[in-house]
Design a protein around this ligand. Structure first.
Ligand SMILES: C[S@@+](CC[C@H](N)C(=O)[O-])C[C@H]1O[C@@H](n2cnc3c(N)ncnc32)[C@H](O)[C@@H]1O
Length: 194
């Protein structure tokens, strides 16, 4: 484990901001969560003692490293999914710098394909990907949540129109209770009743 994850996360947050300010092509933007959201993710992983974690949308690994700060305390591990090769390269390097590579299974894959073939249940799923896919993914996402597991979805309030159908779908599901947390870009929490 690298000694100073805090300064690495600070560097990555600054890099993401600088990069996204001058990059017009969406696929080249990092689109990282806010640092406050990162702190929230670390806290939640520790508080719910999540061990088996799935992240959809790795980018360069910024949010993954926050999740890992929690997971190293719970004895957990993270599977994280990214479909763009150049971001896989960046995330691999950032996990090496963070000293957390042994706790991460970084998959170069399209998330919909992964969700269809996966059967392992997850204690925590962090969803931060292309929002127009979420409604279609919901049957598999909900099936892969362990009883007592938690789904956290970024951009729940920053993109209300794009998220409305998905949020309504999750709220209709009797197996889950939900809450919208006004932190960063807004986090939807959906807890699967045991
Ligand atoms: C918002 S960014 C993730 C940011 C990251 N969670 C962070 O905060 O550091 C979304 C990422 O999801 C990836 N992505 C989009 N659709 C995907 C899909 N269907 N399967 C896998 N990755 C996908 C994009 O390439 C992009 O890097």
């Amino acid at each position: 484990m690298a000694t100073d994850l805090t300064s690495l996360l600070k560097d990555l947050a600054e890099f993401g901001k600088r990069n996204d300010a001058v990059t017009t092509e969406r696929s080249k933007k990092m689109l990282n969560i806010t640092p406050e959201t990162g702190e929230f993710l670390e806290l939640i992983v520790k508080a719910v003692r999540a061990r088996c974690i799935l992240e959809i949308g790795t980018s360069n690994g910024y949010s993954t490293i926050w999740l890992l700060k929690g997971a190293r305390a719970t004895g957990g591990h993270i599977t994280t999914l990214e479909m763009q090769s150049h971001k896989i390269v960046m995330a691999t390097e950032n996990f090496r710098r963070a000293g957390v590579a042994d706790l991460v299974d970084l998959r170069h894959t399209e998330a919909g394909i992964f969700l269809l073939s996966e059967s392992q249940l997850f204690d925590l799923i962090f969803l931060d990907s292309e929002r127009n896919q979420y409604v279609g993914w919901w049957p598999r996402l909900s099936a892969l949540m362990a009883p007592g597991g938690l789904l956290i979805v970024d951009n729940a309030t920053s993109h209300p129109a794009e998220m409305a159908d998905f949020i309504a779908l999750v709220r209709e599901s009797k197996a889950f209770i939900t809450s919208l947390v006004p932190i960063g870009n807004g986090e939807l929490l959906a807890y699967r009743e045991p």
